[in-house]
Write a protein that binds this ligand. Structure first.
Ligand code: NAI
Length: 258
């Protein structure tokens, strides 16, 4: 497959996990990649795993924090300066913070909302004029937590529910300009996100074991399984799909305890 030949694709949070897996997957399909992350070294090592194919240039690496307004502007401006167009924006950067209504601080709430919602609102806003020019599309990386309620990760759940509204509203607002906006909503995927939030190795191993019963397919997922769905929604093969909230969660969204 070469679905992304001559297509300029920005992937935020590309320096690890789902973002890195998506970058590697899209590189094989000819994408002209723009890799955005905060850690220059990690970004470099991901870029090294994304050798250009089908005549694409080397991936453009942009060290940026998506919550900083000037950085968001620089992401879009640098992309246009370098490649003169933008076809796809993959809003993948996100963070998880555990906490309930009793234990979350307002600072935790603001941090989660700023990364998982506000930065995506802003970056999408900046990208829209360029996406109109190419009839491009946006794929947001949400979560099954946006679709279902799980105790103990309150701000995170709220942020992903807000993101799902953003996806659906913006899809409707931009449909007449030929822009599609969709999301993937993963279940538990093996990355560093939970450990970054303070889970130690033993707790993470127990969490993955528990995931066998919380996902109908009996296991956690891997980054390539999410990358495949992101690539599908971003490609012309999904040309009649917009406003979709696509669970990539081994059936978790359909489950009810019994
Ligand atoms: P990860 O922690 O490996 O990746 C997140 C990436 O976002 C990191 O590279 C991180 O540096 C970047 N990031 C965070 N804040 C940023 C900022 N202010 N500016 C720029 N980059 C920033 O974790 P993972 O799992 O790959 O997460 C990717 C997305 O997938 C997130 O939106 C997450 O909520 C979502 N997700 C992950 C699930 C999982 O179980 N791993 C399940 C459902 C959704």
């Amino acid at each position: 497959m070469a679905d992304f030949v001559n297509k300029v694709v920005i992937v935020t949070g590309a320096s690890s996990g789902i973002g890195a897996g998506t970058a590697e997957f899209l590189a094989k399909q000819g994408a002209w990649l723009v890799l955005v992350g905060r850690n220059e070294e990690n970004l470099k090592s991901v870029a090294a795993k994304c050798p250009p194919t089908h005549g694409a240039p080397q991936p453009l690496q942009i060290v940026a924090d998506v919550t900083i307004e000037a950085d968001a502007k620089r992401i879009i401006d640098t992309t246009i300066e370098k490649f003169q167009k933008l076809n796809v924006l993959v809003n993948n950067a996100g963070i998880l913070k555990r906490g309930t209504i009793e234990t979350s601080t307002l600072e935790d709430y603001d941090t989660v909302m700023n990364v998982n919602v506000r930065s995506i609102f802003h970056l999408t806003q900046l990208a829209v004029p360029h996406l109109i020019a190419t009839k491009g599309n946006v794929v947001n990386v949400s979560s099954v937590n946006g679709m279902r309620s799980f105790p103990g990760v309150l701000a995170y759940n709220m942020s992903k529910a807000a993101l799902d509204q953003l996806t659906q509203c913006v899809a409707l607002e931009l449909a007449d300009r030929g822009i599609r906006v969709n999301s993937v909503n993963p279940g538990v995927i093996v990355t560093n996100i939970h450990k970054r939030d303070g889970m130690d190795e033993a707790a993470y191993a127990a969490f993955l074991e528990h995931s066998k019963s919380t996902h109908a397919l009996g296991r956690a997922g891997n980054t390539i399984e999410v990358a495949e769905s992101i690539a599908f929604l971003a490609s012309e093969r999904a040309s009649f799909i917009t406003g979709a909230i696509l669970p990539v969660d081994g059936g978790r969204h359909s489950m009810c305890p019994r």
